[in-house]
Design a protein around this ligand. Structure first.
Ligand SMILES: *[C@@H]1O[C@H](CO)[C@@H](O)[C@H](O)[C@H]1NC(C)=O
Ligand SMILES: *[C@@H]1O[C@H](CO)[C@@H](O)[C@H](O)[C@H]1NC(C)=O
Length: 292
């Protein structure tokens, strides 16, 4: 409880002393702070991360706002954060390294934003991360291999309803704790690259909350969408030779260059032989002349 203020203290002193007394319990304007570790700014029409969030915040709820950007030192500042909800904002880019120092972060919701890419190094040190929600980012078409490696605790990964046409299966193989994965509602392409993902999904069906339902891929030729439940590993048997288009092109082009080399070699040989014959004829002629 605050001590009684001295009778004639100027108002600014009272302000300063009350600020000092409530240090650690400051609540950002228009947010709610139901306990010492929670700041709840859900649906406040915010266009940026509020100032004066207590540095020891552990649960920060910022969903349903219009926040387009988080400062790259955000998690350096709020290093006790365990739970960060940024769902349904306007984030389009995470600067590399923004979340890489978050060694305590367990829950991160970036769903329903406008992210286009998860660049490498994004979650570098997030070894405590258990739930990562990245769904409903319709332009998110690139999840590289690097950003998710090292997430050794990650149990739940949501990538549903994004713009993914492909996903390197090694991303999933590098997540040893993964229990739940959502991939439905992406414009997957049924090509040989997807074949590897298909095999992984078949073998890890229990990790998909709705099984193969809702996962479709489109055929490369006519774009027709095929539910994965209608496909089998046999559907991708043409990929088993593991020759991709690039491989074929290399084979064709090396074939062409081998034939070109062979033609040039034989031409060279032929002309050498021809010259040699002419030379030897010439010398024979000389010999004959000499004999005469
Ligand atoms: C997303 O946030 C906006 C702005 O607060 C809100 O109007 C909308 O209902 C929210 N959408 C969802 C699905 O929660
Ligand atoms: C989301 O990103 C796309 C592509 O980068 C852009 O065209 C669109 O205007 C963005 N939408 C919002 C609401 O920021």
């Amino acid at each position: 409880s605050p001590p009684p203020s001295p009778p004639c203290s100027p108002p600014f002193l009272a302000l300063i002393s009350s600020t000092l007394l409530t240090r650690g319990h400051i609540c950002p304007y228009s947010c709610l702070c139901p306990d010492h570790h929670t700041v709840d700014c859900t649906g406040r029409g915010l266009t940026r991360v509020p100032d004066s969030i207590p540095l020891n915040v552990r649960r920060l709820l910022l969903s349903n706002n219009w926040i387009p950007w988080i400062p790259s030192d955000f998690l350096v500042l709020y290093s006790d954060l365990v739970y960060l909800d940024l769902r349904n904002n306007s984030l389009s880019l995470l600067e590399p390294g923004t979340l890489s120092t978050s060694s305590k972060l367990v829950f991160l919701d970036l769903g329903s934003n406008n992210l286009t890419e998860i660049s490498s190094g994004t979650f570098r040190e997030s070894r405590s991360l258990i739930k990562l929600r990245l769904g409903n980012n319709p332009y998110l078409n690139m999840v590289g291999r690097d950003p998710l490696t090292g997430l050794t605790s990650l149990r739940e990964l949501e990538l549903q309803r994004n713009g993914l046409t492909a996903l390197d299966v090694t991303v999933l193989e590098s997540l040893p704790s993964l229990r739940m994965l959502r991939l439905e509602g992406n414009p997957w392409l049924c090509n040989c690259h997807f074949a590897k993902l298909f095999v992984w999904l078949t073998e890890n069906r229990q990790k998909l909350p709705q099984g193969m339902e809702g996962i479709e891929c489109s055929l490369p030729l006519d774009g027709r969408r095929v539910p994965l439940s209608l496909l089998s590993e046999d559907s991708f048997r043409e990929c088993r030779g593991t020759l991709t288009l690039t491989d074929y092109l290399i084979v064709i082009f090396s074939g062409i260059s081998v034939s070109v080399a062979a033609i040039m070699a034989s031409f060279f040989l032929a002309s050498t032989v021809h010259c040699f014959q002419r030379l030897s004829k010439g010398s024979k002629g000389d010999e004959e002349e000499g004999n005469d």
